[in-house]
Design a protein around this ligand. Structure first.
Ligand SMILES: O=C(CO)[C@H](O)[C@H](O)COP(=O)(O)O
Length: 211
């Protein structure tokens, strides 16, 4: 069954916990966004895992160097999954994966900014990543001509476990899952919705209708 990951790009632990209190029944993975972690530190990871021990807590570190060290501190703080950038060297990705193995946790490789996302996804899985995020970041989404269809097409040909992030919403989530993504990542479509619980419920139902 494909998973729904909420990407929380809010800026306080209080707001993040309040959001998850509304949407918890519909989501599988709670992502603490990079700006949130930069604002609140890894304490937000610890607080979220303590509040939701049965959910997967995803720390979006976007690590570019010192893979083993950065992953280790996030796993110690309570993360189940951490991100390393696909743009980083193989040694950085391998270091994070080593820390993941030591903690019995996983590493997700984020392809933001990578030119050939499919090739890097295949390389990252060969290194031992849990799955790879085919990702167009918030800035790229504002670029003229951006379409999530690019990521959907890449997921269909990747042949390795991937998630898709970059403007996932109720209009495209079925296509995301039909393309083979094992995780749909939705940020603004949930935290920016007038009714986040209703938005998360609709996404959950759309995912389950495909899977
Ligand atoms: O990691 C991120 C930005 O770097 C976002 O959390 C990710 O792009 C998902 O957000 P949205 O669904 O709002 O596009």
């Amino acid at each position: 069954m494909a998973k729904l990951q909420v990407a929380i790009d809010l800026l306080s632990t209080t707001e993040a916990l309040a959001l998850v209190a509304k949407i918890a029944p519909y989501i599988d993975i709670i992502e603490l966004g990079t700006p949130l972690i930069k604002q609140e530190g890894l304490a937000v990871v610890t607080a979220m895992k303590a509040a939701y021990p049965d959910k997967l807590v995803f720390a979006d570190l976007k690590t570019m160097d010192a893979g083993e060290l950065e992953a280790d501190i996030a796993f110690k703080a309570g993360a189940d999954l951490v991100t390393v950038l696909g743009a980083a060297g193989d040694a950085t990705i391998a270091g994070a994966i080593k820390a993941g193995k030591a903690h019995g946790k996983g590493v997700v490789v984020d392809t933001i900014g990578v030119a050939d996302r499919v090739k890097r996804a295949q390389e990252a899985i060969a290194l031992g990543a849990e799955f790879v995020e085919l990702h167009a970041g918030l800035d790229e989404q504002w670029t003229a001509g951006y379409s999530i269809q690019v990521l959907i097409d890449e997921a269909a040909k990747a042949g390795v476990p991937v998630s898709i992030a970059g403007g996932v919403n109720i209009n495209n989530v079925a296509a995301v899952i039909k393309a083979g993504a094992i995780v749909a990542v939705a940020g603004a479509a949930i935290y920016g919705a007038e009714d986040p619980a209703a938005a998360a419920k609709s996404l959950r139902e759309a995912i389950d209708a495909v899977a």
